[in-house]
Design a protein around this ligand. Structure first.
Ligand code: 13P
Length: 278
């Protein structure tokens, strides 16, 4: 079933679990994400980043996702990940995305508040929820995201930001990286407690890939309701394709094999984010 991201994350918040948001860019990655969620009987968020608007037909992708979601045995929603441009947000809303992320993390707080507020107004008019970020997730290895400063989220600024903009979900920068860690992860779970106390909206963790399992589970127990995952799935796919390329193989088999290779990687994340006491 195709449902609103907000409904999904409010249920996650009440049930003390998190929903995996997988970055997808093709039919195979989309199908794998839905199958992984079905295997684990958990909801899933399909996330398309603005950076893929050049290669993925956004309207076609939204129609396809909605069609597959209607057939799925678990709730599925469609999210625009890391959008920097208002036009991308307007385009995603027009074709039925259920939530959008406006990433104004490059701007100073006041500017970020002003820009985000404008996006919240236009998205809410269309019944679409908004995620935003303060602080800035840094980039590790193999990531396809923009470089961030790694600035951590200040809880007082988080409160001011949420109060003034009316965002529905907040990405908390607590030391996770987009991509794989090159050193020992240093994730500030105490800071997450402080952010949780400062704001009531569902919190989002970017940089799921490579984050230690126990850290991720503690973060969920402390209020993370959505975990974004991209790089680890991409690595599993490219490793499979490298090895498959050495054998004479039809492209259709290669694509099917890639989907099979990434589904368990996605399912592992979905499993990890469940409420262990449910
Ligand atoms: P990873 O690539 O580290 O999984 O992070 C993805 C992400 O946060 C996309 O917004």
């Amino acid at each position: 079933m195709f449902i609103q991201t907000k409904e999904m994350l409010q249920a996650a918040q009440a049930g003390h679990y998190a929903v995996a948001a997988f970055n997808v860019y093709s039919l195979e990655t989309l199908q794998a994400a839905i199958h992984a969620a079905e295997q684990e009987n958990q909801p899933v968020i399909i996330a398309l980043g603005e950076r893929y608007f050049g290669t993925v037909d956004v309207e076609g992708f939204a129609a396809l996702t909605k069609s597959l979601a209607e057939k799925a045995s678990v709730p599925v929603s469609l999210h625009l990940d890391h959008a920097y441009e208002k036009e991308s947000i307007v385009r995603a809303i027009a074709c039925g995305f259920t939530s959008v992320m406006y990433d104004g993390s490059k701007h100073e707080l006041e500017q970020n508040i002003a820009y985000t507020k404008e996006i919240v107004e236009l998205a809410h008019q269309a019944g679409v929820s908004v995620e935003a970020e303060i602080g800035s997730t840094a980039r590790g290895a193999f990531s396809d995201e923009e470089e961030g400063t790694g600035a951590l989220t200040d809880p007082a600024s988080a409160k001011e930001f949420v109060d003034q903009t009316g965002v529905d979900f907040l990405a908390a920068s607590i030391g996770t990286l987009h991509g794989m860690y090159t050193g020992e992860p240093d994730i500030k779970l105490g800071l997450l407690d402080d952010i949780r106390q400062a704001v009531g909206v569902p919190l989002v963790l970017h940089g799921g890939s490579g984050t230690p399992d126990d850290t991720m589970q503690q973060a969920v127990a402390k209020g993370i309701c959505k975990v974004n995952v991209n790089t680890e799935v991409s690595l599993a796919a490219t490793n499979y394709l490298k090895q498959a390329a050495d054998n004479p193989m039809h492209l259709s088999d290669m694509m099917a094999g890639m989907q099979q290779a990434i589904t368990p990687v996605m399912a592992r994340f979905v499993r990890l984010l469940k409420n262990p006491d449910a």
